[in-house]
Structure formats: structure tokens, C-alpha cells
Design a protein around this ligand. Structure first.
Ligand code: FEO
Length: 393
């Protein structure tokens, strides 16, 4: 069933209740592929849905008696939003595509779609009975990413930005209680940490641009999850904080262990943290969802990583997480590293190298041969030092 967002503006997307892995991202609550219909003097579809969900989209368009489409706005060419573009063009061959220059290239490259297209750029308007305005948002999170603004109803449709992977038949933030909204905000942070964090500079710039453009925003209708209309200042503030690297006074401990030497050493590090009284969360990487760990890394000021050395390298799960984290470029962190070794002991140095690459403030590092007892004080001091710096910042 479609949902009315404003008079003549409808949600016509699809709910994917069962997806649990979204190109490696664990989607424990499923997701939605939100598409929107603007029905005025002209009929405009904003985005499509993932391939395989087009029947859900078309059923809603049929309910709304959409027999022909004037425009198809492509805000983003990624497969979860433009995956049904060919099916839409087949059903509505008369439609004209509206996208930016990179979107047009993406449609050709990804789908071999070459169709009559109106190219738009930031500030361009399209009169369809209502006024649509376009805002390019390059690298939030693909080169082609763009927002569509329905000026008459003050609705921003920013595609992936401000969205989260969360399946529900309810569409609006005011349809959820505070506890549920807490879960949704966590999923929203998870989306930012795992998809958008790398592009925080662009987010900061776009937030400033939206403010400069003086756009009044009463509704934010992203391409995943729920539509924001009650908590807009909160969600804007969160994006502002995350894009500026503002985090909470907490330490993430991410580690793995071979023969429990590194794991036992962690007790001393934690004693050091607790002596200062800073909050922490602890993830053993063998059994952890990296997307959750990454969420806490973004939300926390401190990070301590522990790894034994295996074959002159970091332990594989630690190396894997570090590679994943490095790609997302977290910033403004206070960090420490520790770990056991048998004879060569490179792991801790490699972790610190990555911290330096990311410009983290490195509070210290401790490596110890096999058992940690002889380094007990150093490990305590490491935890204490990271905690003190987190507390001070
Ligand atoms: Fe939800 Fe970048 O696609």
C-alpha cells in the first residue's frame, strides 16, 4: 500500500524484510527501497527500487492510477535504487529521465541505459505543477548522488543520506515510540559509520550549502528506512556531529587472541580504563559484526586494538577489521595498541602504523612476549592514558 507524504506526494517503495547481508553490511532489521511519486500537473517518479522488487513499486503506481509517467528522477544509480530502471522504462517508455551528468553516465555504464534525459545541476528547478529543485551531493556517497527538493511541501529527498536499513510497514518517525526510535537512530548511525563516514567532508559542505540555500525542510524522505518529520533537528544535528568527528566519551576495545595471552592482557588494560571511570565497549573480532564495531568506533572518542602476531602479521580477523576501518577513514580518535608475540612481534607496530595513517592521537602501545604478567603495569598505564585523554578532550 502506498503512503501519502503530503498532498500529491506518495511513498511507493518496497520493504525488504528478509535481507540480512547488504554487500557485506549486516542488515539485522532488513531494509526498504524508498521511491516517491509526485502527482501534480505532471507525474514524476523519484527513484526506483532494487531489481526484483519492481512489482511492489508497480502495484502502488497502479493503486494511484499512474498510467503514464512524465519524469523519472534518478537521484542515485546504485543498484538498490536504480536497479529497476529498465523495468520502469519498459512500462513507461514515454518517460523522460532527470538526473545529473554523472547519473547519466552511470545509467549507461551500469545498466546500458541511454534514454531521453534532462540533465540538471544544483539549483535547477523543474515545474511539474509543484516545483522540484535539485541539489547535487557528489560522493554522498557515489559521484552521481543527488537530492530532490519538493519546494511546495518542503520535502527533501536526499536518497541515501539520513537513511538507515530498517524494515517496517510504518513510514514516519512519529509512528515509533522512543525505544523504537533509539534503535532506529542506532541504525542511522550505523549507516553513516559504514557507508558515509569516508565522505564526511562532503557531508559538512552539503549541510552548509543547504543552510546557505535557505531551504526550509519539514520532511526528510530518504531512500532507506523511515521518513523524518518530527525529529528533523535531531537528525540534522547528528549528521553535523558525525561529519565533524564529534564523539562520546567512550572507548572501543577491539581485539582477538590465539592462546588467550592477548585476551588476558586486556584485563589490565580495562583496569586502567576503569581507574579513570570512562565507559567502554569490548568486541572480540572473531565473533563480532564489523559494522557494529565500526558504529561504535565512529561514536566513541577512544579506540584500543589488541592483536597477537601470527606469521609476522596481525591476527587475520584484526587485519581484516583494520582494513575495513581504514577504508572508512574514521578521524579525531585517541588510540592505543597492545598484543602478545612469540618471537618476531610485528602486529602492534602495524596497528600503530594504521593509527598514524589516520592521524589518530596515539596514547601508547605495549607488546609482550607470550604472557602479559611482566607488562602488567604498562598495560594498565595504556588503558589509563587512553581514558585520561578521552576524559580531557
Ligand atoms: Fe542505497 Fe548508495 O545505495
Amino acid at each position: 500500500m502506498y503512503r501519502e507524504i503530503a498532498k500529491g506526494v506518495y511513498w511507493v517503495g518496497a520493504v525488504d524484510w528478509n535481507v540480512r547481508n547488504f554487500h557485506g553490511y549486516v542488515t539485522k532489521f532488513g531494509t526498504t527501497y524508498n521511491a516517491y511519486l509526485v502527482k501534480s500537473e505532471k507525474t514524476v517518479l523519484v527513484d526506483t527500487v532494487k531489481e526484483g522488487f519492481e512489482d511492489e513499486l508497480f502495484a502502488k503506481l497502479d493503486e494511484l492510477n499512474v498510467n503514464s509517467l512524465d519524469f523519472l528522477v534518478i537521484n542515485h544509480v546504485e543498484m538498490d535504487h536504480a536497479g529497476s530502471v529498465k523495468a520502469v522504462l519498459e512500462r513507461y517508455p514515454e518517460v523522460k529521465i532527470v538526473t545529473n551528468v554523472r547519473g547519466k553516465a552511470g545509467l549507461k555504464d551500469a545498466y546500458n541505459v541511454e534514454h531521453e534525459t534532462l540533465i540538471v545541476k544544483t539549483g535547477d528547478r523543474l515545474e511539474v505543477g509543484k516545483t522540484l529543485m535539485f541539489i547535487e551531493m557528489p560522493m554522498i556517497h557515489w559521484p552521481d548522488s543527488m537530492a530532490t527538493y519538493v519546494a511546495d511541501d518542503k520535502i527533501l529527498m536526499p536518497n541515501d543520506a539520513f537513511g538507515e536499513h530498517f524494515a517496517s510497514q510504518r513510514r514516519f518517525d512519529d509512528e515509533f515510540d522512543d525505544e523504537e526510535i533509539g534503535i532506529i537512530f542506532r541504525e542511522n548511525a550505523k549507516y553513516y559509520a559504514n557507508i558515509i563516514l569516508l565522505y564526511s567532508k562532503q557531508v559538512k559542505r552539503i549541510l552548509e550549502q543547504l543552510s546557505l540555500m535557505g531551504l526550509e525542510i519539514e520532511t526528510i524522505a530518504p531512500s532507506h528506512g523511515i521518513v523524518w518529520r518530527k525529529r528533523i533537528p535531531e537528525i540534522l544535528k547528528k549528521y553535523k556531529n558525525w561529519s565533524e568527528g564529534i564523539a562520546e566519551k567512550r572507548i572501543v576495545i577491539a581485539y582477538d587472541t590465539m592462546w588467550k595471552h592477548t585476551e588476558r592482557a586486556l584485563e589490565d588494560v580495562i583496569d586502567g580504563i576503569e581507574s579513570v571511570g570512562v565507559d567502554y565497549v569490548k568486541y572480540k573480532l572473531t565473533v563480532s559484526d564489523f559494522t557494529e564495531v565500526m558504529t561504535d568506533v565512529m561514536l566513541s572518542k577512544g579506540l584500543i586494538i589488541g592483536s597477537p602476531t601470527l606469521n609476522r602479521e596481525m591476527f587475520p580477523t584484526v587485519a581484516s577489521f583494520i582494513t575495513y576501518m581504514k577504508g572508512l577513514r574514521p578521524f579525531n580518535k585517541i588510540a592505543g595498541a597492545f598484543g602478545s608475540y612469540g618471537w618476531s612481534g610485528e602486529a602492534v607496530k602495524y596497528i600503530v602504523d594504521v593509527f598514524n595513517t589516520l592521524n589518530f592521537k596515539v596514547a601508547g602501545s605495549v607488546r609482550f612476549k607470550f604472557s602479559h604478567e611482566k607488562s602488567s603495569q604498562e598495560l594498565f598505564d595504556l588503558g589509563k592514558k587512553v581514558a585520561e585523554l578521552v576524559e580531557e578532550e
